[in-house]
Design a protein around this ligand. Structure first.
Ligand code: SF4
Length: 474
């Protein structure tokens, strides 16, 4: 079920509202449809909720397939080359459909569009793309759509930095009971492999009062679970006129009535403070889950990546987190095949996996991104070698995850039922406070509620259990 939210409007928000109204009038009675494909991280997913909200307010409905949609929109990612190649592949495929349906318009936005070489290529070789915009002017989507429909040429609008933070846009969320809230944008860390600081810009934090107002509105509308989003939430608030820490923000969000779970993503280990660990311990609403990207367990590689922590420092953070919050689940990101990496470095990574006992991880092979320092390092790793290392890392992770999950058998986890299981309609699928995926017998009326579930079985990436003691919203 989907829900629409209309937040109070800023001046920019009001301009967008006027543009949305004009679009709705223009297409009234035409049954316009759209399809959005989102690639990349949760911030992109959250941006797509806003793009869908704007289109819905303009009278567009969601098409089942992009081939049938009047507006096809790709919200792109540029962190890995594969995601970019996928977009070019889809554009080639859609060209034929567009010929058959002259009403079809194709729009592209997101991080990939902030790369000048990409835009040049689109302009030169993909003239059937109708609209291109970036990460900083996403809030202008309604006005840009108007321009696109008025023009009979490709419309490209890209800004190299944000002029302001505009968050009061309509939005469509997948779930009525949980929502994401942006607390900051951009990143100042410049890890040598990462393109994000170049495409998302420097760190900008939203004011705490704006964030709290948005969450209160969401709580009034029935949202119970909030995920605070930022590229590096641990450095939240440092650049505000009146600086405030992320831990302080967590304490404030915890006070909001109606919200029972608070999550956040993503944290950089170098900025993780004792104050934040204390907030996790002291705020019962803050979920016992910490996503702490490791990337590599080798000090030499971490230094080359410009990560500003060592293997020992990383493990010490995990130890302190577990000491403060014993039931905490720690998840991570691990990269292999970084330029100059050796067998020995991979061994260091494996030893951190065994010692930290991660509950889950995103593992990936280094992707060379033009414009980043690591792209010009001479000692690039052949793909076949990186694949072998990737498999070893994956196998070690699975062993650790199996051991962690086996310890959970017989224990009761508090699981928010999120949806009907896609394979077995008599089961529900949800997330425990630790963010573990759990399947259990239940009925649709329980969706959105927190149910105590005793774990019977573990399957590496998910758990299976049965409800105990009746429904519980505690
Ligand atoms: S912290 Fe590093 S990896 Fe994460 S977004 Fe910033 S530069 Fe990229």
């Amino acid at each position: 079920m989907r829900e629409e939210i209309m937040a109070p409007r800023s001046e920019r928000g009001l301009q967008q509202e006027a543009a949305i109204k004009r679009l709705a009038e223009r297409f009234s009675g035409q049954n316009m449809t759209y399809r959005i494909t989102t690639l990349g991280c949760q911030m992109n997913a959250h941006d797509s909720e806003k793009l869908a909200g704007i289109l819905s307010d303009a009278g567009f409905t969601e098409a089942e397939r992009e081939e049938d949609a009047d507006l096809v929109l790709y919200n792109t990612c540029c962190v890995r080359e594969n995601a970019e190649l996928k977009v070019y592949g889809r554009l080639g495929y859609l060209k034929g459909y567009k010929r058959r349906n002259p009403k079809m318009r194709i729009a592209l936005c997101g991080c990939m569009m902030q790369e000048p070489t990409v835009v040049e290529k689109l302009n030169k070789s993909y003239p059937w793309v109708d609209l291109v915009f970036g990460t900083h002017n996403l809030y202008r989507f309604a006005e840009l759509l108007e321009e696109m429909y008025d023009a009979d040429r490709q419309v490209i609008e890209l800004w190299d930095k944000a002029d302001r933070i505009v968050e009061d846009l309509p939005s469509i969320r997948k779930h009525t009971f949980k929502a994401s809230v942006n607390i900051m944008f951009g990143c100042d860390n410049f890890c040598t492999y990462c393109i994000v600081p170049y495409v998302r810009g420097r760190e900008r934090s939203r004011k705490p009062e704006d964030i709290l107002r948005e969450i209160r509105t969401l709580a009034d509308e029935g949202v119970r679970e909030i995920e605070l989003l930022g590229q590096n939430v641990n450095s939240y608030g440092k650049n505000l006129e009146e600086p405030v820490s992320f831990a302080k923000l967590l304490y404030e969000v915890s006070k909001i009535e109606g919200i029972d779970r608070i999550r956040f993503m993503t944290s950089h280990p170098k900025d993780l403070s004792d104050e934040l660990i204390a907030a996790m311990r002291d705020c019962p609403k803050v979920c016992p889950h910490f996503h702490l990207p490791l990337q590599s367990g080798s000090d030499r590689i971490l230094a080359r990546m410009n990560r500003h922590y060592t293997k020992a420092q990383y493990l010490d953070i995990v130890r302190r987190l577990r000491e403060a919050v014993p039931e905490i689940a720690v998840t991570t990101d691990i990269m292999t095949g970084f330029p100059g990496e050796t067998e020995e470095d991979v061994e260091d990574t494996l030893s951190v996996i065994r010692e930290a006992r991660f509950d889950n991880a995103f593992t990936f092979i280094y992707s060379r991104r033009v414009g980043t320092p690591a792209a010009s390092y001479p000692d690039q790793i052949p793909e076949e070698t990186a694949k072998v290392w990737f498999d070893r890392i994956h196998k070690t992770l699975e062993d650790v995850m199996n051991a962690r999950n086996t310890e959970r058998i017989g224990k009761t986890l508090y699981v928010r039922a999120e949806e009907i299981n896609s394979h077995d309609k008599s089961m529900l699928t949800g997330r425990s406070a630790e963010n573990l995926l759990v399947h259990f017998k239940g009925d649709p009326s329980q969706i959105g509620r927190i149910i105590p579930v005793e774990i019977d079985e573990q399957m590496t990436y998910y758990l299976i259990g049965h409800p105990v003691g009746g429904p519980c919203n505690a």
